[in-house]
Design a protein around this ligand. Structure first.
Ligand code: AMP
Ligand code: TRP
Length: 327
């Protein structure tokens, strides 16, 4: 199967990205043809600093490698280096009803969050994402829950295009993790964990120091009452901590409820901090090693670009032909 996914280079990766998306990628790379993209053109739809963007692109590439994506097994590249992404996004825009883009939850949320920055790129974001996916004849798109709607729209766009111009695109399927499709903020467990959110204490970066992890976990917002039980409606804070604990420790939530029965929130948090510090330590070490190997990382991105470009160009040629554009 061909697998495609992407991450915006908007700062450090956090455990939500890891549990919602990257952990699945690491599994999938074993038996599939995987392509992972650093989507810088998506990152510029919200306020950004050009100098920081450059740095973040390199950061995301090293982060991918540090957490276990293997350049021998998958292709990594930077979206803006392959111009077919923007080209196809434009063409897909001409067959997509405006209303489909306006009804996207992410557009509505981001427009609300940045009322001074509602640019057309933000509205067209799902077209570029559809182009990313469709250029590579993708079968599977592993993402977190928040991106499901965009992948569904991509399927519709593919179907629409194929119906109008003849079959060119595969209809991709979304894959969500069974648990961890939406990790919540530690400070506001009703909102998803996000690096672009105001309160940084709500978000654990994959490369946080042990002290930072300890501090963030111990100050995580909990719920009224004392019982440690999984109930996302009534106990969103504790349920989120249990989910994170379960995913990093391999223990089921039931086992954890039993382990922490009659023990307080502080004990759960202390124990979770230890689990997280130990689980993330190898990532931090590897990332540090890689930070001195810029040439190596750049070489991987260059190779990835070459391999991805061949596929993208071949799909684009077919698209242009079908749409009656000049070759
Ligand atoms: P982003 O950082 O928004 O580019 O997201 C990259 C990937 O991580 C996407 O597949 C998202 O669905 C996933 N993701 C982001 N935040 C979370 C979260 N809090 N919980 C689960 N998955 C997430
Ligand atoms: N929009 C995705 C996000 O914010 C990132 C992304 C861009 C993506 N292109 C993609 C994910 C293609 C999967 C496939 O998380």
């Amino acid at each position: 199967m061909r697998v495609f996914s992407g991450i915006r280079p908007t700062g450090e990766l956090h455990i939500g990205n890891y549990l919602g998306a990257i952990k699945q990628w690491i599994e999938l790379q074993k038996n599939n043809e995987c392509i992972f993209c650093i989507v810088d053109l998506h990152a510029i739809t919200t306020p950004f600093d050009p100098a920081k963007l450059q740095k973040n692109i390199f950061e995301v590439a090293t982060a991918y490698l540090a957490v276990g994506l293997d350049p021998e097994k998958c292709i990594f590249f930077i979206q803006s280096q392959i111009k077919e992404h923007s080209e196809l996004a434009w063409l897909l825009g001409t067959i997509t009803p405006l209303g489909e883009l306006q009804r996207m939850t992410q557009f509505k949320e981001k427009a609300k969050k940045h009322p001074e920055y509602i640019n057309a790129g933000l509205l067209n974001y799902p077209l570029l994402m559809a182009a990313d996916i469709l250029l590579y004849q993708t079968d599977l798109v592993p993402v977190g829950k928040d991106q499901q709607q965009h992948v569904e729209l991509t399927r519709e766009i593919a179907r629409h295009f194929n119906g109008k111009f003849g079959k060119v695109f595969k209809e991709p399927k979304v894959i969500l993790p069974k648990v961890g499709e939406k990790i919540m903020s530690l400070q506001n467990p009703k909102k998803k964990m996000s690096k672009t959110d105001g309160d940084l204490r709500g978000c654990i970066d994959l490369f946080d120091t042990p002290e930072e992890i300890q501090k963030k976990i111990m100050s995580a917002v909990t719920d009224t009452g004392k019982a440690i039980i999984y109930d996302p409606q009534k106990k969103p804070g504790i349920s989120n901590l249990l989910t994170i604990y379960s995913l990093f420790s391999g223990k089921t939530i039931k086992e954890l409820e039993k382990k922490f029965k009659n023990r307080g929130y502080a004990e759960l948090k202390k124990s979770l901090a230890v689990i997280l510090i130990n689980s993330l330590e190898p990532f931090r070490r590897k990332k540090k090693e890689l930070s001195f190997r810029e040439v190596y990382v750049k070489e991987i991105l260059k190779k990835g670009r070459g391999r991805a470009e061949t596929v993208a160009q071949s799909t684009m040629q077919e698209v242009r032909k079908r749409m009656g554009l000049q070759q």
